[in-house]
Design a protein around this ligand. Structure first.
Ligand code: HEM
Length: 141
């Protein structure tokens, strides 16, 4: 199942992949990564404001489903690695050694994997019955 928001999320993933590829060009790498991280921090607020979360999670009983908790766990993991990545990034900007560089590189790969899984599990959670205008979107009169 796919909706407009998943397409936007996949687009930001491709953007992150290109910033990963251009990791040695700081003027590309840093602003794109910061922008994608800010986007990811705004997503929960956006979904909360635009979706009927009560119908989607409480009334449907999905709040107790494995899929919802797996998705939630992956999101928390992603934010956690982001915090670590920002720390090593700040050290690199101050001019750190190869050890920090390797750490930042390793964490970067983990971010790409976890973020792909976040988008995938999020897309799997779209409810076909509520999907007409997004995943349980609040109907605009
Ligand atoms: C706050 C966001 C970030 C900042 C400020 C930042 C900053 C930097 C800096 C300054 C470098 C060194 C570039 C150079 O060679 O001069 C670097 C390298 C790198 N970054 Fe980031 N980064 C950020 C987020 C990310 C993310 C989210 C990923 C992965 C998805 C990532 C993956 C990498 C990789 C793989 C390298 C190359 C490490 C190596 O040379 O082995 N970065 N980053």
């Amino acid at each position: 199942m796919i909706n407009a928001f998943v397409i936007v999320a996949i687009f930001t993933y491709l953007l992150m992949l290109s910033a990963f590829y251009f990791r040695h060009i700081r003027r590309i790498h840093v602003p794109v990564m910061v922008a994608v991280m800010v986007f990811d921090c705004c997503v929960p607020f956006y979904l909360f404001l635009t979706r009927d979360w009560k119908a989607r999670l409480i009334e449907s009983g999905d709040i107790l489903s494995f899929a919802v908790w797996m998705h939630f766990g992956l999101v928390i993991t992603l934010y956690f690695i982001y915090a670590l990545q920002i720390q090593t990034a700040r050290m690199l900007l101050k001019g750190s050694d190869n050890e920090v560089r390797a750490e930042h590189g390793g964490q970067g790969k983990a971010i790409l994997i976890v973020r792909a899984l976040v988008i995938l599990t999020g897309a799997m959670l779209i409810d076909p019955e509520l999907a007409e205008s997004g995943s349980g979107s609040i109907m605009m009169e």
